[in-house]
Design a protein around this ligand. Structure first.
Ligand code: AMP
Length: 249
């Protein structure tokens, strides 16, 4: 089973991003970038399936600018076999990424696509679902466990009310949630070795996919500043404050 894993380059979650002065987005100049954390989990899951013999090859894909190669190298250092950069400077919305991935699934004859449940830059949480629809393939979102038995995949999904276990055949699309695994650290020797692994660059135009944006960002604003906390002297003061603020007598 060949696995295709989507890897997006996003701002490091520990960095505080600022809204651009024109309010049209966030300022990414000189911001530390990293692999989308949910995609690291997806890569880890794929690599573990390869290590356990459940998968034959792990191919990581990133769609974006040439700098996305950094994210691919990290995924290769984690154990992926090879990488594909679908290169473009254009803005890519989830539908465009899903269409690109659909082309690559066909080209690679991939049987499983593993994605993060969402990219932490736009929090869209759409690409996996759109891709499954375009492929007319089964999907399992928010996966916290994936097991392969023969030609069946058993996936445990995180839901608001608990856990749901689903079985499906492949080709399939699965999106990774936080509890699926803890991704391994990338060591320097593995990063060096990853430089020798194949990384193919594909021009997005060569895929013949319509990547035109379907929506326009009207404005971006900082969240409202939180009020500072207050220390009350004792429990009685806390109870009386809560009563006053919730109008309880
Ligand atoms: P989103 O729907 O934007 O929240 O993204 C969900 C998942 O789709 C991400 O966690 C990635 O696995 C994948 N994905 C989104 N955008 C890209 C991209 N530009 N390149 C590769 N994978 C992507």
């Amino acid at each position: 089973m060949k696995i295709l894993v989507g890897v997006k380059r996003v701002p490091d979650p520990n960095v505080k991003v600022r809204v651009r002065s024109d309010g049209a987005g966030v300022d990414l100049a000189n911001i530390k970038m990293t692999v989308n954390p949910f995609d690291e989990i997806a890569v880890e899951a794929a690599v573990r399936m390869k290590e356990s013999g459940e998968a034959s090859e792990v191919v990581v894909v990133s769609c974006g600018t040439t700098q996305s190669q950094d994210a691919l190298r990290t995924a290769l250092a984690m154990g992926a076999d090879r990488a594909i950069l679908v290169q473009t400077d254009a803005e890519l919305q989830p539908l465009a990424v899903a269409k690109i991935l659909k082309e690559l699934v066909a080209r690679e004859s991939a049987e499983l696509v593993l994605l993060g449940k969402q990219a932490i830059d736009d929090d869209s949480n759409q690409t996996g679902q759109l891709l499954a629809a375009l492929l007319d393939a089964p999907q399992a979102t928010y996966a916290s466990s994936i097991r392969r038995q023969g030609d069946q995949l058993t996936v445990v999904k995180e839901t608001d009310d608990g856990r749901e276990t689903v079985e499906m055949s492949f080709p399939a699309v699965i999106t990774a949630d936080l509890r699926l695994n803890e991704p391994r650290y990338v060591t320097l020797p593995n990063l060096m070795k990853a430089k020798k692994k194949p990384l193919e660059v594909v021009d997005v135009a060569s895929l013949g996919v319509d990547i035109a944006p379907r929506f326009r960002t009207v404005s971006v604003r900082e969240p409202a500043a939180r009020k500072p906390g207050e220390l009350l002297p004792d429990v009685a003061a806390l109870v009386s404050r809560l009563r006053a603020e919730t109008n309880l007598n």
